[in-house]
Design a protein around this ligand. Sequence first.
Ligand code: DGY
Length: 328
Amino acid sequence: MPRERLSVVVTRRLPEAVETRLSELFDVRLRDDDTPMTREELVEAVQTADVLVPTLTDTIDASLITRAGDKLKLIANYGAGVDHIDVATARQRGVLVSNTPGVLTDDTADMTMALILAVTRRIPEGMAVMQGGDWQGWAPTALLGGRASGRRLGILGMGRIGQAVARRAAAFGMQIHYHNRRRLRPEVEDALEATWWESLDQMVARMDVISINCPSTPSTFHLMNARRLKLMKRDAVIVNTSRGEVIDENALTRMIRAGEIAGAGLDVYEHGTNVNPRLRQLPNVVLLPHMGSATLEGRIEMGEKVIINIKTFEDGHRPPDQVVPSML
Ligand code: DGY
C-alpha cells in the first residue's frame, strides 16, 4: 500500500518550478497570494501540517512552536538565515529545523561587490544625473569616487559568503582582512591572502570598506554599535548583505549625516521594511530591498534544497541541512 504523503504547508509563493515539484512529491498547501501569512494562519499551519516551509518573513518563535500540533516534525526553512526561528524551542519539542545554505553564496557575494562599487564609485548619483536629464558632458572633476584596487576590505564574518566576497574583492585588487570567531585554517587563509584580526575594534579602525557577512545571532546583535562605528575612518564605507540587526541603524544614519562615515550600501535593515527615513535621503547611501539572493537560479536551488531536506526526512534520515542550536 502506498504510504500517506507528508502534509507540507508553504508560507510564501515560491518559483513555479519549486511549487510544481513540491506538489508532485507531497500533499502540499501553497500560498495563493504573495503576502506573508498572518499569525492565525501560521498557527493553523503548525497545528495541521507535518512539515512547515517558512521564509525569513515569518516569525517562528517559541509561542508559535509551543502551539504546534503533534504532527509537526520538520520546519524546512526556505532560506539560509534562521534568526526568525526559535531553533532551541523547536529542538526541545522534537521538531527538526533545516535551512538552505550554500546555494545563495555566490549571488550574495556578487551583490556585496555591487554595493561596494555602487557606493565607492557613486553609481546611484550618476544614474540620478542621467535620469534627471542634467548631464552636461564629461568633466575632469565630476562625480569622483575611490578606486577599489588597493583598498583595505574588512570582512566581518568569514563563512561561505565572506570567503566568496574575499575571492571577488581580491580580483578587484582589494586587500583582504577579516574578523571571525574562529580563525580560518592556514591553507584557506593563504589561498585567500587574507589577514585575520583577533580584535574587531582594531580591524574596523584601519579598513577602507567594511562588509558585514556574519549571521544574526544574540552575539552579533549591534556588533557594529555606535562605539565601533565611531572607530571607522571618516573616508571608509560599510556594506551589509547579511542581517540589519548587526548594525545599529540609527547610529549609522547619524554618523553618515554628520560626515563621520563616508557612505553605506545596505541590502538589509534593522527593523525590516521600516527603514530609517533619513537613510533614504542620503546621496552616499545605496539602499536595496533585500535582493542579495534574488536570482532565479538561486531561488530554484533553494527550493531544491528544501525538497531534499523534506524527502530525506520522509525516508527516515536526518535532513542534510539540519540546523541545531550549537551551530548558531
Ligand atoms: C537568507 O536565505 O537568509 C537570505 O537572507 C535570503 O536572501
